[in-house]
Design a binder for this molecule. Structure first.
Ligand code: PLP
Length: 379
């Protein structure tokens, strides 16, 4: 079956009680039992909830995974995956990862004896060299935020498996419509469903998809033991969101390409970071690994003052953190999403004071371009 068919039908069976075509929001904390030990498979809603379970089937199917678990946020999903790692074990982490992921390793997991090294995973030989005797996991994000560097998922998976380690990929920026990491050997996929999967900027959530039965048992055990579950209402929203994922991603991708080409030709723009441009150093890899290039673009204006002028003169594009919603959002990584990264490290990663990031929405692209044109004309 094709992606859109799976998106609309996986997990979305008519409700057994009423035939409701949309999975209801089962807003309940517990379930009546017929007698001691006699129940319908539902005991307590932290452990089982039909709305959440429908979503778990749905996104697992979209990633081509056997098992899926929905969490209260992307961060709680990532935290659950890192509970596969024990004190004294080591993780190789993409050096350009989402700030919250870095903070989780740096400020939280380090207190519990989890070792990690930041590695530029865009060159697989760096990954190979970073392995230690106690390395259990390689955690990558591709493309990275905000400079859209790409990691070769097949190459990294081969190296990691040779060393007996698991590979985790944060697939938030692409969504399963544009990239399916498991097809390249990745073991575990994580998502912030807050972004493209829900797609409407009205819910915070996270997801873990995987195939290994033992690991899945543990992730399920953690989900129930720690309890960072996705609520029934949010599960409903994300389930509704994934029904249009293919359509939305097609449009994000088409609009993204058009906006990137416009920016690349604009005399006031010094540099554009978008894997769909032939000038992107990993354009060929992006073409191999992704079904499209998506809606995330960053561009260099040259200075903080210039970035400020652009950000203060857009009208349609909304100045805000986050991404992946239907509306175009624009932000300033150095002072917003990456403010906690020390300036020196930021500059090394290419996150300069003049860098502006856009999450291109699904509005009419001429309107987005006109808005950017007006703001850039003030420079
Ligand atoms: C937003 C984001 C996260 C964190 O997800 P939350 O839902 O905000 O907890 C993790 N990884 C990436 C790539 C993200 O963009």
């Amino acid at each position: 079956m094709g992606f859109s068919t799976i998106a609309i039908h996986a997990g979305n069976e008519p409700d057994p009680t009423t035939g409701a075509v949309s999975v209801p929001i089962y807003q309940t904390s517990t379930y009546a039992q017929e007698g001691l030990g006699k129940h319908k498979g539902f005991e307590y809603a932290r452990t089982q909830n039909p709305t959440r379970m429908a979503l778990e089937k749905n996104i697992a199917a979209l990633e081509g995974a056997r098992f899926g678990f929905a969490f209260a946020s992307g961060m709680s999903a990532i935290d659950a995956v890192l509970k596969l790692v024990k004190a004294g074990e080591h993780v190789i982490l993409s050096d350009n990862t989402y700030g919250g992921t870095f903070r989780l390793f740096d400020r939280v997991l380090s207190n519990y004896g989890v070792e990690f090294d930041l590695v530029d995973t865009t060159d697989v030989s760096n990954v190979d060299k970073a392995f230690k005797k106690n390395t259990k996991m390689v955690f990558v994000e591709t493309p990275t935020n905000p400079i859209m560097a790409i990691t070769d998922l097949r190459a990294v998976s081969e190296v990691a498996h040779y060393h007996g380690a698991k590979v985790v990929c944060d697939n938030t920026f692409m969504s399963p419509y544009l990239q399916r990491p498991m097809e390249f050997g990745v073991d575990i996929v994580v998502h912030s469903t807050t972004k493209y999967l829900n797609g409407h900027s009205d819910s915070v959530g996270g997801f873990v998809a995987l195939n290994d039965e033992e690991d899945a048992k543990w992730i399920g055990f953690i989900q129930n033991s720690v309890g960072a579950i996705l609520s029934p209402f949010d599960s409903f929203l994300v389930l509704r969101g994934t029904k249009t994922l293919a359509l939305r991603m097609e449009r994000h991708d088409a609009n993204g390409r058009a906006v990137a080409s416009f920016l690349a030709e604009h005399p006031k723009v010094e540099k554009v970071y978008y894997p769909g441009l032939p000038s992107h150093p990993q354009h060929e890899l992006a073409k191999r690994q992704q079904r499209g290039f998506g809606g995330m673009i960053s561009f260099e204006t040259g200075s903080l003052e210039k970035a400020k002028i652009v950000l203060e003169n857009v009208r349609l594009c909304t100045l805000a953190e986050s991404l992946g919603g239907v509306e175009t959002l624009i932000c300033h990584p150095a002072t917003m999403t990456h403010a906690s990264v020390p300036k020196e490290k930021r500059e090394k990663l290419g996150i300069t004071d003049g860098l502006v990031r856009i999450s291109v929405g699904i509005e009419d692209v001429e309107d987005i371009i006109e808005d950017l044109e007006r703001a850039l004309s003030k420079l």
